[in-house]
Design a protein around this ligand. Structure first.
Ligand code: HEM
Length: 89
């Protein structure tokens, strides 16, 4: 991370859903650029990309609540998820 975390709204998130180079996903309130991780997902790219550009928390928790996404994707964090209209500081 570069120390600058973005406030990301759902519509900003939805603008980043183009695999393989531009995929963001919100998980547990944090927004990650998961592009680099896509080929490494043990559950496959297709499953992972179901939540491309979206909040994948429910799908994530339904499949593997034990996976430590914070630890795995720390370097890929781009910001925090906020509600629409809350983006500009
Ligand atoms: C498996 C990570 C998102 C579906 C796994 C495993 C890891 C992982 C580490 C292996 C778990 C184990 O064997 O104990 C991640 C990360 C995600 C993510 C870091 C977010 C960036 C998702 C999403 C879905 C999903 C959004 C569903 C739409 C699956 C499935 C498996 C799996 C179905 C099981 C594959 C199998 O064993 O047959 N994932 N996952 N994952 N993941 Fe994910």
């Amino acid at each position: 991370p570069n120390g600058r975390l973005l406030k990301v709204t759902p519509s900003m998130l939805a603008a980043h859903k183009t695999a393989p180079d531009d995929v963001w996903m919100a998980l547990q309130g944090k927004v990650y650029n998961i592009s680099a991780y896509i080929p490494f997902h043990p559950g496959g790219e297709k499953e992972l990309l179901r939540a491309a550009g979206k909040d994948g928390t429910k799908l994530f928790n339904a499949t593997h609540p034990w996976v430590n996404v914070d630890g795995m994707l720390e370097e890929c964090m781009v910001g925090i998820l906020v509600s629409e209209g809350e983006a500009k500081v």
